[in-house]
Design a protein around this ligand. Structure first.
Ligand SMILES: Cc1ncc(COP(=O)(O)O)c(C=O)c1O
Length: 388
């Protein structure tokens, strides 16, 4: 089976936030601007997902979802086969996506006013989830070492107030796709254990790795962190089914699990029938599709990185995993506003602007390169014309 990722799909009229938001958020049009901001892909998901949905629709039975054994088994099998990570069925809670799972975790393990640690730049929704739950985000900037991010443990130590309850950590990292080393994750776990801080490890991007570097599965690399960690994962990024809003929170420690479970029950635990079907079908029938996807994305990554590195004073971080390229325009003698205008009005390309990812990132932008290569080429040409 060869998957054609070059296939044209007219998705601009499908209620997709990546297109509909261009007008409301960027003041531009989906007919002229290339959307590169939202983290989903321009491709159809694996055939197994479409087939499972077709079967469900033709059967026409849409009641509350019951036995979730085979779903959990598909998660467990995926973790074993793809990540060589053994998990138990009872560690898994099915949630309405990672953000929702994290929000419940914040409510379960912290109180309003508590500080939640983040290493920035970081995925912007974490800030909103923390604030919307009445908690306080506390940002520790990552440091740049040889063109790539590293956790600044000295800065973390210096800034500790004692009010921090939880660290939300993104692995692989969004933005920029950094794959964290075992050493970094071990030091992080040690730090958290010593300071009684829980770890929320968001591994939603873990499957999207390239041929040269594997993901470091946190609890496999640092099993001693099981006692203090919640892992958040989903098949939605991997297989481009973000709209199904289904994920899994994995909690090995039974005490933490029962606290999480109580909060989860307060919100209603019944899963989304379609999310269950799509996720299970993706995990059990999507592996070959994923292998081919990563080949395709590897070519896109090379094209994008090489082309933007030819531009004056523009720096592209090494994209070690996933499809969210992080670009530093900070050396250009322009303001943040001028940068936005150049991207949107001159180039006609809409990335996520850096300011949403935390302090010191105003002159950065994150570009989603998971589109047809033809569209990527067009974006590269437009950016080259604007920034060369
Ligand atoms: C790191 C990270 N976590 C969570 C999410 C969102 O997950 P969900 O749609 O399951 O809430 C994203 C989406 O881009 C993400 O990049």
């Amino acid at each position: 089976m060869i998957v054609n990722f070059d296939k044209y799909i007219d998705n601009r009229h499908a209620n997709l936030s990546k297109f509909d938001g261009l007008k409301s958020l960027y003041g531009t049009s989906k007919d002229t601007c290339i959307s590169m901001w939202v983290a989903d892909m321009d491709f159809n998901p694996p055939k197994s997902v479409i087939k499972a949905l077709e079967k469900e629709v033709s059967h026409g039975v849409f009641g509350y979802y019951g036995n979730n054994k085979s779903f959990i088994n598909s998660v467990k099998t995926w973790m074993k086969n793809r990540h060589d990570w053994d998990i138990s069925e009872e560690w898994c809670s099915i949630v309405h996506g990672v953000n929702s799972g994290i929000g419940m975790g914040l409510r379960a393990f912290s109180d309003p006013g508590d500080q939640i640690l983040l290493f920035s730049p970081i995925y912007y929704s974490f800030f909103n989830t923390i604030k919307n739950n009445g908690r306080v985000p506390k940002e520790i900037p990552l440091k740049i070492v040889e063109g790539q991010y590293e956790v600044d443990f000295n800065e973390l130590d210096k800034n500790l107030s004692g009010k921090e309850k939880i660290i939300i950590f993104c692995s692989p990292h969004n933005p920029g796709g950094k794959i964290w080393s075992k050493e970094t994750l071990t030091t992080l776990a040690e730090f958290c254990r010593n300071n009684k801080i829980l770890i929320f490890m968001d591994e939603i991007h873990h499957d999207l790795t390239y041929s040269d570097k594997p993901h470091t599965t946190f609890l496999k690399a640092v099993p001693e962190a099981e006692k203090i960690s919640l892992i958040f994962t989903a098949a939605t990024k991997t297989f481009n089914i973000a709209g199904c809003h289904t994920g899994t929170t994995i909690i090995p420690n039974p005490k933490l699990r029962s606290i999480y479970d109580r909060e989860h029950a307060a919100f209603g635990k019944t899963p989304n029938r379609f999310g269950m079907i799509m996720t299970e079908a993706a995990y059990s029938g999507g592996e070959e599709w994923l292998n081919q996807l990563m080949h395709y994305l590897e070519k896109n990554k090379r094209l994008f990185t090489n082309a933007l590195r030819l531009l004056n004073n523009v720096k592209v971080f090494d994209l070690e995993s996933t499809y969210l390229a992080w670009v530093d325009f900070g050396q250009l003698d322009i303001t943040e506003l001028e940068l936005k205008d150049m991207l949107i009005k001159e180039a006609g390309v809409a990335p996520s602007f850096g300011s949403g990812f935390g302090k010191n990132s105003g002159k950065f932008a994150r570009f989603n390169i998971a589109c047809r290569t033809e569209i990527l080429d067009l974006a590269i040409n437009r950016l080259t014309k604007t920034f060369l």
